[in-house]
Design a protein around this ligand. Structure first.
Ligand code: C2E
Ligand code: CA
Ligand code: CA
Length: 730
């Protein structure tokens, strides 16, 4: 949920950022459109300015001409003035009249018609006019004033220019009245198709002058401007769009925003989806890693991850020259708890123990579950081995505290083996092996104790390695062979089947019984090669047995260590196929532990074997797993009751009752029962009484070479053999 919120947060941020970008893009596009339009407007205004300047200059030709005339001919008479002026005033120009002022008075005017009132006008009578007159004199250039009110009515621009005088002290000024309304109209100020135009700068004062054309307000709206150059001073033209806005009315503001928002939304959606997907992948990865690394029950690191962790830690120990202790913890009698209280209670117990271990250690120590009821603890950076011992005692105590499972209080003991890095092993494997051996030592010396790895154990480990190599070498050198022990029908002594038992003719130690090497072969892995040898040898022997009319199945012992994967099983069938021996010739003897509820993979392998026609027998029945419920669900053909049950029968009443009950149960389940290790006649009699007909024991026959077997049981298997019960095999 938190992860989702985070993604929503990021998506919202992406959306807001996207919208910000859209807003910026639109605003910058708007600004650039406005800029472009202003630029276009400026070009148009510049045309207007050029026309206005052109027209003004054209108008001023008259005043310039008249000045030249007056300079050449200071005594210009009225008639000549009229003639020249009439030639200068054409209808295309905007001159209303021309006048000559001498010593502050207008002395000549053209046309006189309509301007009579202005003739003889004294500039000094109007201060404003006098100022203009004086300014014209001072500058010596053409000045343009106005628009000003005229004596003869209306208003107009007045251009003035003084005429330089040589000797006389007369002030002569020519003035030209220009109809500004027509001038502006002809220059196009009032009828521009796109622009609204205003002009300011009366008396040539530029920006400082008053507005002389157009709307005063236009100047407040950030208009575009152009200076109009006058002979002295200037005017300023200003313009704004005719429709009031530099941004066109059809500018696609909303559409752009909508499209932008749509794109941003898509982007947000995409980002959200990508993030969600990534999140899911991350979560899946985390889960897979967790499942691969942690035991699902106790949530402690599993064997694989523990080995990785320890490997890394040992590397750093080596660099820093630190010591550490590996504590190998095994719960005592866990199986009994599991059997008595059920699988779920067993699981709960493991979880509780896991939690106790975790709680009683330092934070950076490592705790892991290797599988089953095996835990390991790594105490980091210890200075004294004694510290490990103290800690191990503490753990024993914690584990020993009562555990409430359901409505029952249970007390479990444990055995702890301790190995110290680097003295007891420098690699993960070595250290684990040492701690494991130490743990077994602790178990052997009495449960509920701790034991350090020591020289004896080291010696033992070394001899195990030696033995492993010897077994592998022995297999190469044909030092192994098989004896067959008959399983006999006790009623008539006829042969039911045989069990293949491996033997080792060791070049130095002589004949070795399986007990001396099978357990170590199981630990070292040599059991796989050895098992394959036994199967192969039985395949070689079976044709000879069949030839001699020995038809019963051949039982082969399989240790759980041989059932490691499908490949091993495939190998067995390949061996049979190679010798053309059908699987129906075999019984595989397995132990109860292989049918434990948590060994699902092995059970699947067993089922596949059963389906191929191989019968399954439970060997040493009664010694391991005390629940028999699996027999109802699992296709077992035979129970081989362990020798220890038979031994004290019939003297021991308790044992006798137990054996009778086992036989009874097997019969109820329609499973064959074989009593193992039968040595005494009274045992045979007891078994016969309880209808346990199949017997394997020295009483009838010891394990023997195949030649002897054929010799004794060959011919017709049911007919031959020892029919006399009392006859003992020696
Ligand atoms: P097991 O499967 O219980 O085999 C029966 C053992 O009991 C054999 O010992 C046999 O000689 C012994 N035995 C049979 N009848 C009597 C009797 O009346 N009195 C006494 N005292 N012993 C009797 P062995 O041959 O020494 O084998 C010991 C164990 O080694 C076997 O016990 C079996 O678990 C294992 N083993 C033998 N061969 C193989 C093999 O090829 N593969 C595997 N994985 N284990 C094997
Ligand atoms: Ca057996
Ligand atoms: Ca047995």
């Amino acid at each position: 949920m938190r992860a989702k919120l985070w993604i929503i947060g990021v998506s919202i941020a992406v959306f807001l950022c996207g919208e910000l970008v859209v807003a910026r893009v639109i605003s910058s596009d708007r600004a650039s459109v406005i800029e472009t339009n202003r630029y276009v407007g400026l070009e148009q205004l510049s045309t207007v300015r050029a026309r206005l300047e052109g027209l003004l200059q054209a108008n001023l030709i008259a005043i310039r001409q008249l000045r030249t005339e007056l300079m050449l001919n200071p005594d210009l008479d009225e008639e000549r003035f009229q003639r020249i002026s009439s030639s200068l005033l054409t209808s295309e120009l905007h001159i209303r009249h021309l006048a000559i002022g001498k010593n502050y008075r207008i002395v000549m005017i053209y046309p006189l018609d309509g301007n009579e009132s202005a003739l003889d006008f004294d500039y000094r009578s109007q201060p404003e006019q006098l100022n203009s007159f004086m300014a014209a004199l001072e500058t010596g250039e053409i000045t343009i004033n106005g628009p000003v009110s005229l004596v003869q009515g209306g208003s107009a621009l007045i251009a003035r220019v003084p005429v330089p005088q040589d000797e006389s002290q007369n002030h002569i000024v020519i003035s030209q009245v220009i109809d500004h309304e027509r001038l502006f109209h002809d220059a196009g100020l009032d009828q521009h198709p796109f622009l609204q135009i205003s002009l300011r700068g009366n008396d040539g004062l530029g920006q400082a002058g008053n507005v002389i054309f157009g709307d005063e307000d236009l100047w407040q709206s950030d208009p575009i401007t152009q200076d109009v150059l006058l002979p002295t001073g200037s005017w300023v033209l200003a313009a704004a769009p005719a429709d009031g806005d530099w941004l066109p009315a059809d500018y696609p503001m909303v559409t752009s925003w909508l499209i932008g928002t749509l794109v941003v939304l898509l982007l947000t959606l995409l980002t959200g989806m990508v993030l969600l997907n990534q999140q899911r992948v991350r979560e899946a990865f985390r889960l897979i890693t967790k499942q691969a690394r942690f035991d699902t029950l106790t949530e402690l690191p599993n064997r694989h991850y523990f080995q990785e962790q320890l490997g890394n830690y040992l590397d750093s120990c080596e660099r820093r020259r630190e010591k550490c202790a590996l504590l190998f913890i095994d719960l005592d009698h866990f199986k009994e708890v599991n059997d008595a209280l059920g699988h779920a209670a067993g699981d709960e117990l493991l979880v509780i123990i896991g939690n106790r271990l975790r709680a009683s250690l330092r934070k950076d120590d490592i705790v892991a579950r290797l599988g089953g009821d095996e835990f390991v603890v790594v105490m980091k950076n210890i200075t004294e081995a004694m510290h490990a011992q103290v800690q191990a005692q503490k753990l024993l105590k914690h584990i020993h505290e009562p555990v409430t499972l359901g409505d029952q209080d249970v007390i479990v003991n444990s055995s702890i083996g301790i190995a110290i890095y680097p003295s007891d092993g420098e690699s993960v494997d070595e250290l684990l092996k040492s701690a494991d051996l130490a743990m077994y030592n602790a178990k052997n010396t009495g449960r509920g104790t701790t034991s350090f790895f020591n020289a004896d154990l080291r010696q033992q480990a070394a001899s195990h390695v030696e033995l492993h190599h010897a077994i592998m070498l022995g297999l190469q050198n044909d030092e192994f062979f098989i004896d067959y022990q008959p399983v006999v029908n006790s009623k008539d002594g006829s042969l039911h089947s045989v069990e293949a038992l491996v033997r080792w003719q060791h070049p130095v130690h002589g004949l070795m019984a399986p007990k001396a090497f099978i357990p170590i072969a199981e630990k070292s892995g040599a059991i796989r090669e050895l098992g394959n040898f036994v199967l192969n040898q039985t395949c070689l022997d079976i044709p000879a047995l069949r030839e001699a009319h020995i038809t019963g199945r051949v039982a082969v012992n399989f240790s759980s260590h041989q059932f490691y994967d499908q490949m091993a099983v495939d190998t067995w069938f390949a061996i049979m196929a190679q010798h053309n021996i059908a699987p129906s010739n075999f019984t595989f003897e397995i132990t109860e532990s292989m049918l434990l509820p948590d060994r699902e993979r092995q059970r699947d392998l067993l089922l596949s074997i059963r389906h191929k026609g191989i019968q399954l027998a439970i060997d040493d029945f009664g010694t391991g797993y005390s629940s028999t419920s699996y027999l109802q669900h699992f296709p077992v053909s035979m129970l081989k009751i362990d020798k220890s049950f038979v031994d004290r029968v019939p003297e021991d009443r308790h044992q006798t009752a137990l054996l009778a009950a086992l036989i009874h149960m097997a019969r109820a389940l329609e499973i064959d029962v074989v009593a193992e290790g039968v040595e005494q006649v009274n045992q045979v009699e007891f078994l016969n009484k309880h209808c346990a007909d199949l017997i394997q024991g020295f009483y009838f026959a010891r394990p023997m070479p195949i030649a002897e077997l054929i010799e004794r049981y060959g011919g017709k298997s049911a007919a031959k053999g020892n029919t006399e019960l009392a006859k003992k095999d020696n």
